[in-house]
Design a protein around this ligand. Structure first.
Ligand code: CO
Length: 214
């Protein structure tokens, strides 16, 4: 177990290792950020965004919350998406869930979770939207894994519903939104291959905010 004091020792070692790779690393880091990617993932300590993608500081803008949810009235995630698209001009937005997600598991459990109820309700709504498919899966663990994937898919669609993403895509053909799942048992990232154009066209009748498609 790492002690609290060790964290500062670790920090010194990390500084040294980064400088060893590039002596000007911190001068460059302090100048500006121009990340190509926005990553929206789960807060789970086992899914560190930069590390699983092999990216250095400065290369990915990150937002994490319980079960990687994109809720339209959550000012936090909406501010992150708006800033990443309008100011940082990210080319890709990745929603990344993970198997064995405690948040998704909790949403599958019929129990009063107190303050977490309204948050987990978003996942229960994903279940309801895909109830026919999910109820058709007999094995509980397989059903749980599938809900993790469907939750990622629905949250990616929620990103596509935002005005800032729709307007930027219309003008620039980016950002493209992706849905991934991280497998804790193997360390692998699985691309759910969400067809961005198809999803955008599919939801435009109801969710278009650009006025271009009416
Ligand atoms: Co999780």
């Amino acid at each position: 177990m790492t002690t609290y004091e060790q964290l500062f020792e670790n920090n010194k070692k990390w500084i040294a290792s980064m400088k060893e790779k590039d002596v000007d690393f911190f001068e460059k880091l302090a100048k500006d950020q121009t990340p190509e990617y926005l990553y929206i993932g789960c807060s789970d300590s086992r899914v560190p965004a930069n590390e699983i993608m092999g990216l250095d500081p400065g290369e990915v803008f990150v937002h994490r919350n319980i079960a990687n949810l994109v809720v339209s009235i959550d000012m936090n995630v909406m501010s992150v998406i708006n800033y990443a698209v309008a100011n940082l001009h990210v080319k890709h937005i990745i929603v990344c869930g993970h198997y064995n997600c405690g948040g998704v598991k909790a949403a599958m459990t019929p129990k009063d979770m107190g303050i977490l109820n309204p948050w987990l309700r978003n996942i229960r709504d994903v279940y309801r939207t895909h109830q026919a498919e999910l109820d058709g899966i007999d094995d509980e663990h397989d059903r749980y894994n599938r809900l993790v994937e469907l939750n990622v898919q629905e949250q990616a669609i929620n990103v596509i519903k935002t005005a800032v993403v729709q307007n930027s895509y219309l003008a620039n053909r980016y950002p493209v939104v992706h849905g991934w799942v991280f497998d804790l048992k193997t360390g692998e990232l699985k691309d759910l291959n969400i067809n961005f154009d198809e999803v955008l066209h599919g939801i435009q009748k109801i969710y278009d905010l650009t006025g271009e498609f009416s």
